[in-house]
Design a protein around this ligand. Structure first.
Ligand code: M6R
Length: 590
């Protein structure tokens, strides 16, 4: 949701570093891109609407030792050249990730003060305020400006009078990276330059003065602040997409490895004793997240109900703050988030923590905002997930949640089952011919309905999200039993219903759904792990028989099958599955 980057180099060309960083950060927004570079002749800014590649030629001609850059996901003002960042005024250039909620009032004030605005963005007020507040002391101007802002912001500020960058953080993510070539700031750790070997994460309200030699951290009152520097190896994240045509396909193929690494990290890095106490003593468990992370909660709810014998509920994080939930000092909240930066999730669980709940983050990103809120973190070890559509991280979340749900029973047996089911995913991905057949049907349909019962219903909801976000075909995930209560009215020869049947005890009832759709001339596809179902339905539907596994763990396999269907549908329609229109990877605004 907008990416910012900046580098101050002791050696090398900062413009080239920032351009490469923008390519890595593009998953955060691809409405426009821009950069400002401190050159011998002063600060030069270039920006273009559309993808980062549109900036390539202009960036190639720039050189300097300090630069900032931005990839935009538009919130205020349409995607265009003029609304692209950096925003420039007087001696300043700024890049911003976040939302300035009181921008109208501030803009009005600056207009009255004689400023002329050239964009429709909320961000431009920041650069206009800086100009007003600056009289030689850069940090003081930064502090005065941000005191006026309401909302969220990670900022990279250049000033003609300073051979470095000022970074500011409030609610939006930014990290500062240190390495042999100099110092960098970036929205996400995986997009940092390869030479970065350590990071500091500023706290909300911090202002950081960055030069090629050092970074000084201050709190909002400009008092020096001590922030822990932690070693990392940025190179491990920048692995590209290899021979795969898209990140999505590459990342789906990393599922088995994700399950394995998530299991290993659970036993190596988690405070299992404390976590077991939380689970054992929980009077209720609340699973929460947004989008795919929420959908992982829908599957995991069944793990907890089965294993822990405790009341368990799943809540959409963006709604949780408005829902009447009962919290006690024993309530356990499992906050699920790939990025760990989703504003709705972070805000929701912060308020549950304040109300007394134990908060456990289940996340793919260490050092992220959610880990700072949580009492404990359970890592999902998917590695960098670049494709906007979450795939391997969803399965990694399921693996982590399955382990947590088994803490009070036989955790080692649970681990063994997970490794086995990871292997089934590997087996599935060796033969995806049926995915082509079902994808073809999807691509030729006006709407696609995913139906299932029990855990298969939870998978149906995720399958629907995956298909709609990357193919732009209308779809819905629905309980198979609810079909006759309304959705059946939408079924005709142009719609496809994909029915997931992996639980033998529910199979016959799901087969009814197949008949109900087929008798209304709707097209039907079936994803099943059950040989008998595949055999029975082969003449009525396009059937994909996936590897057999227990009903409880079948989502690990069926969801991957449906990710492949979504991927192949999107590609056949000429969509870019890695960067679907209007979306961005990490949603850091509420
Ligand atoms: O980083 P998070 O897991 O918190 O992100 C939550 C959702 O924004 C995310 O899962 C989104 O729905 C994906 N685009 C789904 O593929």
């Amino acid at each position: 949701m907008c990416g910012i980057i900046g580098v101050a180099l002791r050696r090398g060309n900062a413009a080239a570093e920032v351009y490469d960083g923008l390519e890595r950060l593009e998953y955060r927004g691809y409405d426009s891109a821009g950069m400002s570079v401190k050159t011998d002749g002063g600060t030069v800014t270039v920006k273009r609407g559309g993808r980062v590649a549109n900036l390539k030629d202009s960036a190639a001609g720039l050189s300097g030792n300090v630069a900032t850059g931005h990839t935009r996901w538009a919130t205020h003002g349409e995607p265009s050249d003029k609304n692209a960042h950096p925003h420039v005024a007087g001696k300043f250039s700024i890049v911003h990730n976040g939302i300035i909620e009181n921008y109208r009032e501030l803009k009005e004030e600056r207009l009255k003060g004689g400023a002329e605005f050239v964009s429709d963005t909320d961000s431009e007020v920041i650069v206009r305020l800086l100009n007003k507040d600056y009289s030689g002391d850069l940090l003081a101007a930064g502090a005065a400006t941000v005191k006026r802002l309401k909302g969220s912001y990670a900022l990279g500020i250049l000033c003609e009078d300073f051979d470095g960058i000022i970074a500011v953080k409030y609610k939006s993510p930014v990290v500062v990276g240190f390495g042999e070539k100099g110092i960098a700031l970036c929205s996400d750790i995986p997009a940092l330059p390869e030479w970065v070997s350590a990071v500091c994460v500023p706290e909300d309200g911090d202002i950081v003065s960055i030069s090629a030699q050092s970074a000084s951290f201050y709190d909002g009152e400009l008092q020096p602040a001590n922030r822990v520097r932690r070693p990392i190896f940025a190179g491990q994240f920048n692995c590209g997409r290899g021979d795969y045509p898209h990140y999505m396909l590459k990342e789906i193929h990393e599922t088995e490895r994700t399950v394995r690494d998530t299991c290993d990290a659970f036993f190596r890095n988690v405070d299992v004793k404390r976590l077991t106490d939380y689970v054992r003593n929980a009077d209720r468990i609340i699973l929460t997240g947004c989008g795919t992370a929420y959908n992982a909660g829908l599957v995991a709810k069944r793990f907890f109900s089965d294993r822990c014998g405790v009341f368990c509920q799943v809540e959409i994080a963006s709604e949780l703050r408005y829902s009447p939930v009962h919290i006690t000092g024993s309530t356990l909240v499992l906050a699920i988030s790939q990025s760990g930066e989703t504003a709705d999730t972070v805000e929701a669980v912060s308020s549950l923590k304040e109300a007394g709940a134990h908060v456990v983050a289940v996340t793919n990103c260490g050092y992220s905002a959610i880990t700072r809120v949580a009492h404990l973190t359970v890592p999902v070890c998917a590695g960098a997930e670049v494709c906007v559509a979450a795939t391997k991280s969803y399965i990694g979340q399921l693996a982590a949640l399955y382990l947590i749900s088994n803490l009070t029973s036989d955790i080692f047996a649970a681990r063994k089952k997970l490794l086995e089911v990871g292997g089934k995913v590997g087996e599935l991905l060796k033969g995806c011919g049926s995915a082509d057949k079902i994808a073809k049907e999807c691509a030729q349909s006006s709407a696609v309905f995913f139906l299932g019962r029990g855990a298969d219903y939870a998978v149906a909801v995720e399958a629907s999200l995956k298909l709609k976000e990357i193919s732009y075909i209308f779809s819905d995930g629905y309980p198979a039993g609810e079909l006759k209560h309304g959705t059946l009215a939408l079924i005709d020869e142009n719609t496809l219903s994909v029915i997931i049947i992996c639980d033998e005890s529910l199979a016959e009832k799901c087969e009814n759904a197949v008949s109900q759709v087929a008798s209304r001339k709707g097209k039907v596809a079936v994803i099943t792990s059950l040989e008998v179902v595949a055999e029975k339905l082969k003449d009525t539907a396009a059937v994909w028989k996936i590897p057999e596994c227990s009903a409880q763990l079948s989502p690990f396999v069926s969801a991957v099958a449906l990710q492949m269907v979504a991927y192949k549908t999107a590609v056949s329609l000429g969509r870019d599955p890695d960067k679907p229109r209007n979306l961005a990877k990490s949603v850091t605004v509420e």
